[in-house]
Design a protein around this ligand. Structure first.
Ligand code: C5P
Length: 235
């Protein structure tokens, strides 16, 4: 698996996304399409961005009964995306069903990678305890959910770059970590808290970094993307 920088295209419309990506003349970045853009642009934006040559992480975080997730994943797989995800909280059975659906959607064997969200970074430990009745620590929960994802046959997890090392220790070097929360020390943190730089994410062992505003809101997005690639990939 090749390490890479994934640009989070958190735009409200296909037009804004195309305008942003038109800045890139010499490279075809790996991009992430989240719920907002997918709900605005539908499958057609995925097809168009594939036609333009981008690799795509379709970040829709599925979480439903296994049968529904399997059938939905079959559809997403047939869109020829490179990576999809589910919530690990949906159980091992649901994650297995997701994987089956992906395989059914690509009879040629070229299924997308599938990763699990362990714990979202937004809820506090207090909220996990009080509202979700999760009494273990966040780290123990992340490790348990990552192990569940591995047992289900998934390829890896989404986690904070600071958690990539504990996930690798628990699940093995080959188990992928895809990490948002990337910031340069000299830049705004925005609403992210557990952050680190591209170079440090490489040292900790992230396989893919997901970078949004440090690139999309930069005065020169292409230069910002190249800086991330240079620091994370060492080239
Ligand atoms: O702009 P920024 O670099 O913060 O964007 C990070 C991207 O990663 C966003 O699309 C955000 O939704 C996503 N993400 C995250 N933290 C998670 C899971 C996903 O920041 N735990």
């Amino acid at each position: 698996m090749n390490k890479d920088v994934i640009i989070a295209c958190d735009f409200a419309s296909p037009e804004a996304t195309y305008a942003f990506l038109d800045n890139f003349k010499d490279e075809k970045p790996f991009i992430k399409i989240g719920m907002e853009l997918f709900y605005a642009g539908g499958p057609e934006i995925v097809r168009e961005l594939r036609r333009r040559g981008h690799r795509i992480f379709l970040d829709l975080k599925l979480h439903d009964i296994p049968n529904t997730v399997r059938k939905a994943m079959k559809v997403l797989s047939s869109l020829d995306v490179d990576m999809v995800n589910v919530h690990a909280a949906g159980t091992i059975e649901m994650m297995r069903a997701a994987l089956e659906g992906l395989k059914e959607g690509r009879p040629d064997g070229n299924r997308p990678l599938i990763i699990a969200v362990t714990q979202l970074t937004s809820p506090s430990e207090q909220a996990l305890h009080d509202q979700l009745l999760i009494s273990e620590s966040i780290n123990d929960t992340i490790i348990k959910y990552a192990r569940n994802a591995r047992e289900a046959g998934l390829d890896g997890v989404v986690c904070s770059p600071l958690e990539a090392a504990i996930v690798k220790d628990a699940c093995g070097r080959e188990f992928m970590t895809v990490t948002p929360g990337i910031r340069y020390p000299d830049a705004a943190k925005d609403d992210q808290s557990r952050i680190t730089s591209p170079a440090r994410a490489r040292e900790i062992g992230s396989d893919f970094i997901v970078v949004g505003r440090p690139i999309t809101a930069a005065t020169d997005p292409v230069a910002a993307y190249r800086r991330c690639c240079a620091d994370f990939l060492g080239k």
